[in-house]
Ligand binder design. Structure first.
Ligand SMILES: O=C(O)C1=C[C@@H](OP(=O)(O)O)[C@@H](O)[C@H](O)C1
Ligand SMILES: C=C(OP(=O)(O)O)C(=O)O
Length: 410
């Protein structure tokens, strides 16, 4: 019975770094994710003058409720959207001139609703080249707070950034949200803010955050639920069994809900107090599923869909087009290269199982999830390779070794 130790959650590590930096006192992150995204986040904090101490199993952050310790900084956010969207927001609460840039991939990804909201709150924020994209400079002089309207229909990260900024403002924040995707990620944010001493209240479409700052704490990081999806999918696809410890009934991450999709398809799923087990049964039913809440697992499902007993239709995932790549088209293109019939629309993909898929070199577009998803397909299709296998470093540098070890045990 393979038990797989999954590295820490990217989303929780990024939030914990932000909240720790903003808190009064020293916070310890226990078992943070060590990957390109989170190392980039920690490096960004260091550039802004925060002290981040590291041991193999924990990171310590000296909080600075008054904001960055330096008056000027140049921060490179790499490929991380959490870094690229959360750090400029944190910096806005301080006093100084902070420039943020990112990789080509991240520069293409949108940011405008967040930067508009920050400007509406009085932040002097200037985009260098293209409005709503990196690079950008924040001329920070603190944030008074008040009311602001936000369209988070493209990314919930805009809302998370503003909510986490709230306690650092003088008056607190009321964010009126006109649209919102990836709702469970906002629930991670509010649960974590509570652990750092701040209660966010919801009044209809308004999120209300009190002023007053954060309290430092010791924060254990859950294993990453999105990363776990590849291992759970592997069990469902091969008739094997996979247990992930540390992710159970009380898990913060909505992406654990991917196991409910596998259950609907025919897998046996057990969610215990502190672990989750998926057992493949040999049945993989086709289905129609709305993945608006758990869209990082859309490629995982697309990658096993050719083995279902009927069409798999994934709906309401328009924003997967503005992730590390256009994931709907990347999944469709790679499945077609394997000989699978696929259709896509503005916010959906439909995969039609047919003849046995053929091996191909997967076009990854530098997207870690395209690699990890099609590695699962590779359990049933000989001859799958990747044009850029190393891009898994974004969230799981050891993925290929761990997955090979699982493969040998399934
Ligand atoms: O807040 C977060 O940590 C994340 C939110 C989601 O993004 P969107 O809200 O842009 O869908 C998710 O896809 C991303 O991997 C991490
Ligand atoms: C979309 C993702 O990352 P981010 O938006 O945090 O860069 C992801 O990890 O799938």
């Amino acid at each position: 019975m393979p038990v797989v130790d999954i590295p820490g959650s990217k989303s929780i590590t990024a939030r914990a770094l932000f909240l720790a930096a903003a808190a009064d006192g020293v916070t310890t992150l226990v078992r943070p994710l060590r990957s390109d995204d989170t190392e980039g986040f920690a490096e960004g904090l260091t550039r802004l003058g925060y002290r981040v101490g590291r041991t193999p199993d924990s990171w310590q952050v000296d909080g600075r409720p008054q904001g960055p310790a330096v008056a000027e900084a140049d921060v490179y956010c790499r490929d991380g959207a959490t870094t690229a969207r959360f750090l400029p927001t944190l910096a806005a609460a301080g006093h100084g001139t902070y420039r943020f840039d990112a990789s080509e991939q991240m520069r293409r990804r949108p940011l405008l609703p967040l930067t508009r909201a920050l400007r509406d709150l009085g932040v002097d924020l200037r985009h260098e080249d293209r409005e709503g994209h990196h690079p950008l400079t924040v001329h920070a002089s603190g944030v008074a707070g008040g009311e602001v309207t936000l369209d988070a229909g493209q990314s919930s990260q805009y809302l998370t950034a503003l909510l986490m900024l709230g306690p650092l403002t003088e008056k607190g924040l009321r964010v009126h949200v006109t649209d919102l995707v990836s709702v469970p990620y906002v629930e991670i944010t509010t649960a974590m803010m509570r652990a750092f001493g701040v209660e966010v209240t919801r009044e209809g479409n308004d999120f209300v955050v009190p002023p007053g700052g954060y309290r430092a704490t010791t924060y254990p990081i859950e294993p990453d639920a999105s990363t776990s999806s590849y291992f759970f999918a592997a069990a469902a696809l091969t008739g094997g069994e996979v247990t992930v410890p540390g992710l159970g009934e009380g898990a913060l991450q909505g992406d654990l809900g991917f196991v409910d999709v596998l259950r609907r398809m025919g897998a046996d799923v057990e969610i215990g107090g502190d672990r989750t087990t998926v057992r493949g049964t040999g049945t993989l039913r086709g289905l129609t599923v709305n993945m608006r809440d758990i869209s990082d697992t859309m490629p995982t499902l697309a990658a096993i869909a050719p083995f279902a007993d009927g069409p798999v239709r994934i709906e309401d995932v328009a924003n997967t087009r503005v992730k590390e790549c256009d994931r709907l088209e990347a999944c469709a293109e790679n499945l077609r290269a394997m000989g699978v019939r696929v259709e896509t629309g503005p916010d959906w993909i439909e995969i039609h199982p047919g003849a046995a898929p053929e091996g191909t070199e997967i076009k990854t577009y530098g997207d870690h999830r395209i690699v990890m998803s099609f590695a699962v397909t590779g359990l049933r299709v000989p001859g799958i390779s990747f044009d850029d296998p190393g891009c898994v470093r974004k969230t799981f540098p050891g993925f290929h070794e761990e997955f090979a070890a699982l493969r040998a045990r399934l």
